[in-house]
Structures are given as C-alpha cells and as structure tokens.
Design a protein around this ligand. Structure first.
Ligand code: PLP
Length: 464
C-alpha cells in the first residue's frame, strides 16, 4: 500500500473529516497507524488497528494500494464489518462493488473472475439484464405483501417449480436452511400421521444449513459447542447401501441427502445408492428428501440433479441459484406429504413475496431460454477436460471430479494457499474439506475464462 504519510492533500482530507465524527473511521483507512493517532479529536482510535489489519491483509494478499479517495471507503467498509458484524465469516480483504456476467469488480476497479458464483447462487451470472429488469419492474409495482393475500408472481413461481420438479406442491421461503427446516417439519408431520417415532436420517458428509435441526443432520464439526443437539436425527454413510439397510425400518421417517455433495467435497450419489435408497424408502414408507440447494438450478445439466436418475423423491429442497442472487428458497413435495400439513401448520412472512418470486421466475427464464441448463453439461465437459490435461498429472492433484459446472479438484495438500494464489491473480474461488478446490462458475462461463482459471490454477500449484 502506498505510504501516504507525507501526502499533504491526504492529510488535509483527513483533517476535514474530523468535522464529521462518523466519517473519521473512513479517514483512518488511508492513513497508516501513526497518522491516524495524530488526528486531533478523533474519537475512535480503534480504526488504527483496523487499518493495520487491512494493510497487513493487503500485503498478504498482494492487493494493490488504493487510489485517492478509495482507501477511506475500503477501510471503512472493512472496519465497520469487523467492529459491528458478528464475526462468523473468514473474509478476504476485497470489497466487491459490482458485477457483470462472470466478472465482479472491487472498490479499486480491479476485475475478478468469479469461479464461485456466491457459492452456486449467481448461476445466471452477475446482473443479467433480464433478471435486473424483472426486479426493477416488480419493485416499482409491489415489493411485499403478506401471505394473507394472493400475488401473481408467487402463483406463477409455484406452478413453475412444481412443473420443473414433477412434484405436486411448493412452499416458498428465503434460504436453503429454511427450505430444509420446512422439509424436516413436513416429514415429521407426515411421520406423526403414520404413527412413526423414529429418526430422520441423512447421508453423512452432507451439509444442510445452520439451524439447530440442520446441523443435527450435518457434519460433526458444525455441531461442536451447540449441544444439546435435538434428538430424532441420525446419519448413515453416503453411498453405502448396506449400512442404510441396517438402519432402515418402518419407524424411520425420512432419508435426506444431497445427490451431489457440495460442502462435503463434490461427491455424487451412485446410481445404485439412489435406486436402492428409493426402493428401501418405498418398502418402509420413508420419505426420500433431496437437498438440491447447491447442486440444483441447472448446474449439473438438468434443472435438478436427481432428474438424471430414474427416481422421484417425495420432497425436494432448493435455494441458492433459484433466485439468481435474490434470496429465495423452496420446498417441493408430493400431495401425500402436503396432505399432512394444514393451514397454520407452517409459514413465513417473506416467503414467495412478489419481488422474490419475480426474481426467481426471471432467473429460471434466463437459464431455460439461454440454453444454460443443457449448456452446463458441455461447458462442464470442456472444463473437466481442460483441468485434467493441464493439472491432472500434477503430483499435488489427487482427483478431479464433478458433474456439469460443479467441479472439485482434490489436492494432496491444504487448498487454502491455492485459493490465496488465485485471489492474487484476481480469481475468486473456494476450498472445502480443506483440500478440495470447489469450482462453481456462473453457467454462462466460456472457454477463454475456463482457460484463464486453469492456467492460474496450474501456476498456483507450481508455487506450493
Ligand atoms: N443445503 C445445501 C446442500 C447447501 O449447500 C447449503 C448451503 O451451502 C444449505 C443447505 C443451506 O443454505 P443457506 O446457506 O441458504 O441457508
């Protein structure tokens, strides 16, 4: 970061900002620690540490120095987050401001290739004009009304999701965990009606969100410190049909899993597990729940991944990409499941509000009309081939796997340095399970952008 200690213009700017206590913290952002402490009347010196933290972070990540006037904003954004936001996210020191297609820009005007899509959310890319227009148009008409009344976008969306999933009814909500929680409640209701008191099972290694029930079904690591975990949930090994047979009986209420595990390291369900799980569920009147929060919404070459198997679940849960970036979640279910619910048995204030529903409808239209769903197969195949050719033989690469545009590159070493190396090269990426580089680009990614990523990844691997 440029040393601005001797820049009188900057110092004057800082002094001006003393007039406005609220802005002081912004001024601190472009000064080094000593300068900040020199500012008379600065009521809050906490920023000094923040500045140091930001600078250290920038040095670490190789983020360039700010241009005039931008540093204040940048550091204030980071400092406010660090002081006031609950510190549950490990963040990189990048302040993102706008996006277009597969690219996002930070507050310094740097452009980044987005290979994460907000964790499988921006499937239609950033700020697709059709999505933006739909949101603008609906926002000017009606943003929210309670579920005491009907609204047209909601009715169109539930029809669309029922058609897409092949299921009978839809419940709309706002996130993945809410959709999962809703599905668990519906399953429990269904089970109660059938006189079942057994567990809801989930395949181990899955991730279903952060509510207390969802962590009961997920990885051990997310349960730590949140005990007592509610009873009535259990896990069974993923893709292990023998183990599933042992725990299945008439008392079990439901079996839930991600047909393509995301957080768990990009592992696909086997054909045999899918078929046998369905057959076992049928035999014991157990509900089969597919969590397609991450792998759904076109990413694998079909709207939902389970559709690539000859299996129909009883409940499907989705979120993330369904709203193209607008927070939307959905539970789709058979009529038999829906029959266990009655008016007042579940609900949410925002779920399916006109703005969210209009956004989701537009996002689905972009995917369908733009051929992005079928395209995900072809693009994913190019990507996987390119990765295999360029880094497949690298001694630090253990495996390259995935379906469509949900790809994992498993390393034999920690993946974080690779994510850091990619960030230095202005590429947003992610590592899961410590060693799996998770690749979730917008579905409109083209070959040159894939090549850019592949070459950068190869370079990063060489640096390890
Ligand atoms: N289910 C799966 C498969 C997910 O990947 C996630 C989030 O990553 C969730 C559920 C929870 O979704 P949300 O973060 O929107 O609550």
């Amino acid at each position: 970061m440029a040393n601005q200690k001797t820049d009188p213009q900057k110092q004057g700017h800082v002094n001006d900002l003393q007039q406005n206590a609220q802005d002081v913290q912004g001024a601190q952002g472009v000064q080094d620690v000593q300068d900040v402490q020199d500012v008379q009347g600065a009521q809050d010196v906490r920023g000094a540490q923040d500045v140091r933290a930001v600078q250290d972070a920038h040095d670490l990540w190789g983020v360039r120095g700010m241009q005039d006037g931008q540093g204040e904003h940048h550091s204030a954004v980071i400092a406010d987050e660090q002081q006031f936001h609950l510190q549950v996210y490990g963040r990189y020191p990048v302040v993102l401001e706008r996006g277009e297609g597969v690219w996002v820009w930070d507050d310094e005007g740097n452009r980044y290739l987005d290979m994460l899509s907000g964790i499988a959310v921006n499937n239609t890319g950033h700020c697709h004009p059709h999505l933006v227009n739909a949101i603008r148009e609906q926002a000017g008409k009606l943003i929210h009304t309670s579920n005491f009344y009907y609204n047209e976008p909601q009715s169109r969306l539930v029809r669309k999701l029922a058609e897409l999933s092949g299921l009978d009814r839809v419940f709309l909500c706002n996130s993945g965990v809410e959709a999962m929680e809703g599905a668990l409640k519906m399953a429990r209701r269904y089970g109660n009606r059938k006189g079942k008191s057994g567990p809801i099972l989930a395949a181990a290694g899955g991730f279903h969100g952060r509510s207390i029930a969802a962590i009961a079904l997920g990885k051990e690591k997310y349960r730590k410190g949140f005990e007592p975990i509610p009873p009535g949930f259990a896990t069974t090994p993923y893709n292990d049909i023998e183990a599933l047979r042992e725990v299945m009986n008439d008392d079990v209420v439901a079996l839930a899993f991600e047909p393509l595990q995301g957080e768990g390291g990009i592992h696909a369900v086997s054909e045999v597990f899918m078929q046998e799980a369905r057959a076992l569920c049928d035999r014991h009147d157990v509900l089969l729940i597919m969590d397609e929060v991450q792998c759904g919404n076109g990413r694998t070459g079909s709207y939902f991944f389970y559709q690539q198997f000859d299996v129909q679940p009883d409940i499907v849960v989705t979120a993330k990409g369904v709203g193209g970036g607008f927070p939307v979640g959905a539970v789709m279910m058979t009529q038999a499941v829906a029959d266990a619910m009655e008016k007042g048995s579940h609900g949410t204030t925002y779920g399916g509000n006109p703005l969210a529903s209009a956004a989701a409808l537009a996002a689905i239209e972009v995917l369908e009309d733009g051929g992005l769903i079928e395209g995900a197969n072809e693009r994913g195949a190019w990507f996987m081939e390119g990765l295999r050719k360029r880094v497949g033989g690298h001694p630090l690469v253990r495996d390259i796997r995935g379906v469509g545009l949900m790809i994992g590159v498993e390393l034999t070493v920690q993946g974080r340095p690779v994510v850091e190396g990619l960030l230095k090269r202005k590429i947003l990426s992610n590592v899961t399970m410590d060693c799996v580089i998770r690749i979730l680009p917008p579905l409109l990614i083209e070959k040159p952008e894939m090549d850019l990523f592949i070459n950068a990844l190869a370079e990063c691997l060489e640096e390890l």
